[in-house]
Design a protein around this ligand. Sequence first.
Ligand SMILES: *Cc1c(COP(=O)(O)O)cnc(C)c1O
Length: 466
Amino acid sequence: MQVKASPATILPSVDALLRRPEIASAVLEYGRSLVVQELRDALDRLRATLGEGAAVADRDAAAVVVERQALVRLQDWAAPPLRKIFNLSGTVLHTNLGRAPLPPEAIAAMAAASDACNLEYDLQTGGRGERDDHVIGLICRLTGAEDAVVVNNNAAAVLLALNSLANRRDVLVSRGELVEIGGAFRIPDVMARAGARRREVGTTNRTHLSDFAGAIGPRTAAIMKVHASNYAISGFTAEVPEPELAALARERGIPFLNDLGSGSLVDLERYGLPHEPTPMEALRAGADLVTFSGDKLLGGPQAGLVVGKAALIAKLRKNPLKRALRVDKLIMAALAAVLRLYLDPARLAARLPSLRRLTRPEAEIRAAAERVAAALSARCAARVAVSIVSCASQIGSGSRPVDLLPSAAVALRVPGGRALAGLAKAFRQLPIPVIGRLHDGALLFDLRCLEDEAGFISQLDRLARD
Ligand SMILES: *Cc1c(COP(=O)(O)O)cnc(C)c1O
């Protein structure tokens, strides 16, 4: 029979709890102060439930409850919030899943820079250096640009470019290019925050050179083009070719900005992939400034790059916003390491993880799917129907969603939608969470991005046990 005792008599003291062996080892692991705090919180919670009429058999039982709760909370505090996952979603550069995977060269460079380093220090002269100088030479060599600046992401690059060149003045942009990238990046909003007045020209589906020419006035600061990253306008359409826009801008003495978004540093068609505009092409087509991301197709850390005319880049560099948007030493180190890989194009697809995954041959993916399907069947065939299906991977991160890469997936089917959601959750709860996608009544694992196959398979036993 359970005795209803008053909280005062049944609750163990913190000192008594600290003498329990598991709590004592928790003190060694997490430190005394955090453990004591969690014990007090757990005691408070138990006291509250006792007050509401809940019953605990005796002081020992109460100690067990408090200990268990405190240990769970302590483990939560200790767990790193960002964890490695298997991205089998089928989207290679997935913004929610951390975009580009970094190569070991970038990790090593970040480790080297993590202590004191020559971030803004010139080792030759012993004087002050510029942080962007670590990558400007590389960027200019790879893109053919005169000069470059690096900021926190491409949104920052666009913000900095517009604010530096068009604060309180007009920027012409086609109505077909006022895009939303997702994650709250909308071109009209960024223009407004940059202080630029948006002057829309043309229509959603058709914009002509004459629309731009007619809109240029004394307050026009720039013409802006935005790459249609994540959508396609088809049917009765017209856009102005970049060289014509560039010629118009030059004739009227205003800069022409081209926001590429992704901006691959290599011609993806060479690898049999859909074409994505490159900064080199955009500069050759006459852009004065080109903006693009570091962690999209470039395959590096989160960063925004602006390349182009030296006189304009100088204005960006002088803008106080540059200081607020600058990158830190770890990003700078990683970016330099990734850019260096581009100096050896012959080995790039093998060394840069994002490109390696994008160019992985379908036959190789299918062979991996067969091995993984066999491993999955061996462990959970009783509950789950396992098959191999053809699927299409997306490049992701603002590459055109209509450009799909043929791939292969392992499809898991269970009777009932609830069960399928439960299955997806079980995979998410593995030590290295597995993220697939639900499609057509199945949980799909697109194997394009699975490089550590042994690691994936070795944790499946845990799934079967649970
Ligand atoms: C992705 C993208 C951006 C924003 O880049 P972030 O690096 O995500 O800040 C801006 N413009 C275009 C066209 C894009 O595709």
